[in-house]
Ligand binder design. Structure first.
Ligand code: SF4
Length: 463
């Protein structure tokens, strides 16, 4: 039998509670129960005028932005529609059924205004990190660091070759915001001053982004997001945007380690990273300046492919500051007392040790040692003691465990791109990259907190 036609009947009154319709296991319900955002208003209070029309609640905007990054909704226009329609999102944003949703343009105005002036997004991120530490998800003993390249909102068609690029010809008063930010960050170590090399192309719309072919495929404009994670549960302790240049990424790790120490009073026992972070100055900074064990492969270019003796075939005598060659002869930095003392290291931070010409000429191993030169030279980095510390650590069982723990930071980047949809930036300029990276990292930590906080997982003591 054909049933009666179902048509919605408009009721005059509804007895309706949004909360009843949010599933008990919804991620936003868990997040709401563990994170307190009431400090947002207090943090921003001094940036509001005491007169004029009341503003949109900043806590509401932060809640909406978090919903966007947690659920992978990148567009603020779409986010407003989704919060309007989705009961769980409305509930998390503390909005009733009849409450109006802020216009999408409100986010842009606040992002470039009060949020930036007060560094609100970093305040929220650090609040969440503090909560993760309090919940026992991060002990601060082992850090892992890495960088991931995220495509910028810029394309090759709207760019200038480096030969035609002249930043001095730009009038800041007429330039768009991202270009003004580029001019303002020209002396910033993370951006303009990261390298004296001008990239092959410079984007018109986002000149601070880096033209890079680092992934091996076609080159594109990009920024790097740098993560410093605690390896217990892969909580992101800090995040920093830079140009996609190795030196800027290495410097970002130093900034993040010091900032985490300053904000959360944590200093790790070890730092785990890949070869990109294994330069002499970086290892020396970790070992000598911060007392951190570098679980990092050493960048070593002393190997030889022509079969002649490598530096590793020479023995260093630290007490007498000389090398002993395979023939048992001494290689020294100086062989006589100079009237004017020599300054020591060369410009490339190395010290040269030389054998006696007479020793080499009479040596039966000369063809295997220095067939083309009259005497053998061996260079030693001024950072060699710290490099030796890293080499010694690389032979330990702990190091083998660290190699596995490093995968956690790579997994965080995979989640960032796949689950949170951050394969390409939506906002332009260094500030846009900063906002997107920090909000995405906050969302990742919140999801981690919601998943693990009731039953924190600690790495075993053996690790
Ligand atoms: S060539 Fe000179 S440095 Fe090399 S093994 Fe012989 S004596 Fe030593």
């Amino acid at each position: 039998m054909l049933g009666s036609r179902q048509e919605a009947q408009r009721a005059l009154f509804y007895d309706f509670s949004i909360e009843d319709h949010v599933p008990a296991d919804h991620v936003l319900r868990t997040i709401d129960s563990i994170i307190d955002l009431s400090g947002v208003r207090a943090h921003l209070a001094q940036f509001y005028s005491s007169t004029g029309r009341p503003s949109i609640d900043p806590e509401l905007m932060i809640r909406m932005l978090l919903v966007g990054y947690i659920m992978g909704i990148r567009s603020e226009r779409r986010l407003c529609d989704e919060v309007h329609l989705n009961l769980a999102y409305r509930w998390y944003c503390k909005l009733d059924l009849t409450d109006a949703i802020p216009d999408h343009s409100t986010f842009s105005k606040n992002r470039h205004g009060r949020f930036r002036d007060s560094d609100l997004l970093r305040h929220v991120f650090e609040t969440v990190v503090a909560q993760c530490i309090e919940a026992g998800l991060a002990s601060g003993q082992r850090y892992a660091a890495d960088a991931s390249i995220i495509a910028a909102d810029a394309n090759r068609q709207q760019s200038t070759p480096k030969a035609d690029w002249n930043p001095e010809a730009i009038n800041p008063d007429e330039a768009p915001r991202a270009v003004r930010e580029y001019l303002e960050t020209l002396d910033d170590a993370a951006f303009g001053a990261a390298s004296p090399v001008v990239p092959k192309f410079i984007s018109h719309s986002d000149p601070a982004s880096q033209w890079t072919g680092a992934r091996g495929g076609p080159a594109y404009f990009a920024y790097s997001t740098n993560y410093l994670i605690d390896t217990d549960n892969a909580v992101i302790l800090d995040v920093e945007p830079t140009r996609s240049i190795r030196q800027a990424e290495v410097d970002a790790v130093k900034i993040m380690i010091d900032r985490v120490h300053e904000v959360h009073e944590l200093m790790p026992e070890r730092l785990i990273a890949d070869t990109a972070y294994g330069s002499g100055p970086m290892l020396d900074w970790l070992v000598e300046k911060r007392g951190i064990a570098p679980h990092i492969p050493v960048i070593d270019k002393s190997g030889r492919k022509d079969g002649t003796f490598e530096r590793a075939d020479f023995t260093f005598d630290a007490e007498n500051d000389l090398y002993i060659c395979p023939s048992g002869k001494e290689l020294k930095q100086y062989r006589r007392a100079f009237t004017t003392p020599r300054s020591g290291p060369n410009k490339d931070a190395t010290i040269r040790y030389r054998a006696r010409k007479s020793d080499c000429e009479a040596c039966p191993l000369k063809q295997r040692c220095t067939p083309k030169e009259p005497q053998r030279k061996v260079t030693r980095s001024i950072y060699e003691p710290s490099r030796d510390v890293a080499r010694a650590l690389s032979q330990t069982q702990q190091y083998a465990i660290s190699r596995k723990l490093r995968k956690k930071v790579e997994m965080s980047f995979a989640h960032l791109k796949r689950i949170h949809g951050l394969g390409r930036l939506r906002l332009r300029g260094p500030c846009g990259a900063h906002d997107e990276f920090i909000l995405a990292a906050t969302a990742q930590n919140l999801k981690k907190l919601a998943k693990l906080a009731p039953t924190p997982i600690r790495a075993s003591p053996a690790q």
